[in-house]
Design a protein around this ligand. Structure first.
Ligand SMILES: CC(C)(COP(=O)(O)OP(=O)(O)OC[C@H]1O[C@@H](n2cnc3c(N)ncnc32)[C@H](O)[C@@H]1OP(=O)(O)O)[C@@H](O)C(=O)NCCC(=O)NCCS
Length: 144
């Protein structure tokens, strides 16, 4: 059984490190991890934390209204494709709607763009490179 729960910032670190920071000399702790508005979601499969994602209040001038940025979305390799990311994002949409947030955006790695598209996000603008991590698109979704 898969359950989605709010977790602490520190709980996201092992999966961030393994999936998003392997051989990448960038911090796995993010500015904003402990901000009051920030929340972190974890997907648990039989009590084991197998996927993480973080949501931080941050504005991008390309979008309107009150905004959150999605960061650190990662599923352990052996659990990818089983619905963890989808369930976490769906829960985040409900939480953000309750918080009356207008827009969720992220810097999406090119390999994850189609995952985000399936979840209703759209790309904005041109592809850009983030040092050490490669090509990205800004992606966004307005929450109804
Ligand atoms: C991208 C990632 C977070 C997706 O998480 P996940 O738990 O594997 O995703 P889900 O199983 O919930 O997938 C939901 C749907 O998207 C699809 N999907 C998942 N990853 C995809 C990808 N990279 N490209 C295209 N489709 C993808 C799934 O097949 C599934 O489709 P379905 O609903 O039709 O069955 C995960 O693959 C991952 O951690 N990748 C490496 C790290 C990374 O790139 N993170 C994003 C940084 S911006």
């Amino acid at each position: 059984m898969i359950t989605i729960k709010k977790i602490k910032a520190e709980d996201t670190y092992p999966i961030r490190l393994e999936i998003l920071r392997k051989d990448i000399p960038l911090p796995y702790e993010f500015n904003g991890d402990f901000d009051e508005d920030t929340f972190h979601l974890g997907a648990f499969k039989n009590e084991k934390l197998v996927a993480v994602s973080s949501y931080m209040k941050a504005s991008n001038s390309n979008f309107k209204g009150i905004q959150y940025q999605l960061r650190g979305m990662a599923t352990l390799i052996e659990y990818q494709g089983l619905g963890m990311g989808k369930l976490m994002l769906e829960d985040s949409f409900s939480i953000l709607q309750e918080l009356k947030i207008d827009c969720l955006w992220c810097n999406a790695r090119v390999i994850a763009v189609n995952f985000y598209k399936k979840m209703g996000l759209q790309t904005f603008g041109e592809k850009f490179e983030l040092k050490y991590v490669g090509d990205h698109y800004v992606m966004f979704k307005y929450l109804e």
